[in-house]
Ligand binder design. Structure first.
Ligand SMILES: Nc1ncnc2c1ncn2[C@@H]1O[C@H](COP(=O)(O)OP(=O)(O)OP(=O)(O)O)[C@@H](O)[C@H]1O
Ligand SMILES: [Mg+2]
Length: 415
């Protein structure tokens, strides 16, 4: 949720989300009972709720968010978050006591664990019977906390789209803050682009473009919602991949509502991740919807080059990928020498050049001159078709085993 520069006090949403316990209803699932598996449910109020006092037992299991439920192709924005409220004891059971073997990774907010829950009720389940979920638990030493957690609940809890990770529920108990997500079996794009090992086969050209298109669609959805949402933390580690490498955006801890009343930007503290943030935002704190487009341009460059946005292990003139790559994007230098070696030349040069030019437009210094995310999606679809028309579809990489892994903490450095 943001490997941040700057601390994040203003990462809080401007409209305070309802407190998790406020406005909720209790109902006993399955018509009461009292036998094993009985579950006291609390849920957020929902649009359409009449409050008509139909009594317990009317609670519909299917109203819980479900991992595969993405609100249809074009997505959906709910009026209020629809999330399962978990107790700490339940999440302990889901993750087998937060065992180290269950760790999927670690980020700025805390540790992410694998667990199992019943598909319908989201009760803790046996691994043989349940669906896999990911549980993110706040590290008490993290600079992140309540603000990011609330932001995640308030934004991601209301958003449904095929390219956004589904938030299933949350827990706030004994100062512990946790979030429960659908499980993304192939982990983050960052791992696949920059890590080595059996689980991280090089991504083919067609998969890179597929990831770019899906991630662009996720951003386009946020930007097109009635009150535009600025994601603010678009980066390779926040793009998670399903078993077929379809991408979904995660981590809405830094998300912000877009400008209103004819304004072009919102003014806010500068937080984000080094190497990704748009220059106007870093310089002035003015955050535009198009600031996300800049971040997208950086990730597109990462997909093309296999190089991190910011890397102090490279020679000093190459620390910042955008500065390093700029002359290659404008035709001043040969693009092939910058392309990811792991592609081994297996990409259509014309498509790569178009993608580089698109990245260059996204990285334009003036936010107004950057394309909209809808335009980016359209351009990427054309780039994808060049590939299919000239070379035919390339296969997925060999299906590497999907393993639980710990991602080492990354260190921050100057943008
Ligand atoms: N829903 C999920 N399914 C599977 N793995 C996940 C899921 N969410 C997170 N992970 C794993 O946990 C790791 C840490 O995620 P997290 O979002 O906490 O941090 P990050 O994105 O790596 O860093 P940052 O704090 O900068 O966002 C991810 O890189 C990924 O490998
Ligand atoms: Mg993240």
């Amino acid at each position: 949720m943001g490997n941040c520069f700057g601390c994040c006090p203003d990462a809080a949403v401007d409209e305070k989300p309802p407190s998790p316990s406020k406005g909720t209803k209790n109902a006993t699932a399955g018509g009461g009972g009292g036998g094993a598996g009985r579950q006291e449910y609390t849920r957020w109020p929902m649009a359409g709720d009449s409050g008509g006092g139909d009594g317990a037992g009317r609670q519909e299991y299917m109203r819980w968010p479900m991992a595969g439920d993405s609100g249809g192709e074009s997505g959906q924005v709910l009026d209020v978050p629809r999330l399962r409220v978990f107790t700490l004891a339940e999440l302990r059971a889901v993750t087998r006591g937060f065992k180290p073997e269950m760790v999927l990774g670690e980020g700025g907010f805390g540790t992410v664990y694998k667990g199992w829950a019943d598909e319908r009720t989201l009760n803790p389940a046996k691994s043989s019977a349940g669906v896999v979920v990911a549980v993110k638990k706040l590290n008490p030493e993290s600079v992140q906390g309540l603000h990011e957690w609330q932001s995640e609940v308030n934004f991601l809890g209301r958003l449904m789209h095929p390219n956004l990770v589904r938030l299933l529920g949350y827990c706030s108990e004994d100062r512990e803050l946790l979030l429960v997500y659908e499980f993304m079996p192939r982990g983050s794009l960052e791992s696949h682009l920059f890590r080595r090992g059996a689980a991280f086969e090089p991504l083919t050209w067609s998969i890179r473009i597929k990831i770019a298109i899906g991630a662009a669609r996720g951003l386009a959805f946020l930007h097109s919602s009635e009150r535009q949402i600025i994601y603010r933390d678009f980066k390779a580690s926040n793009i998670l991949l399903d078993a077929d490498y379809a991408p979904k955006l995660s981590d809405f801890g830094l998300a912000k509502n877009g400008p209103i009343a004819g304004k072009s930007h919102v003014t806010t503290r500068v937080v984000g991740t080094y190497g990704y943030a748009a220059p106007e935002y870093v310089a002035t704190g003015h955050l535009y919807v198009k600031s996300d487009v800049y971040c997208f341009g950086v990730v597109l460059l990462e997909l093309l080059t296999g190089q991190r946005a910011h890397d102090l292990n490279r020679p000093s003139h190459q620390h910042n990928l955008v500065e390093w790559a700029r002359p290659y994007l404008t035709g001043g230098r040969k693009l092939t020498s910058l392309m990811d070696q792991r592609l081994a030349g297996n990409y259509p040069p014309k498509a790569a050049l178009r993608a580089a030019k698109l990245a260059n437009r996204c990285l334009c210094g003036d936010p107004k001159s950057r394309p909209s995310m809808d335009d980016v999606v359209a351009a990427l679809k054309e780039i994808e078709s060049i590939e299919t028309a000239t070379k035919g579809r390339r296969d997925l990489p060999p299906r590497a085993p999907v393993v639980a892994r710990r991602s080492p903490h990354r260190s921050s450095s100057k943008p």
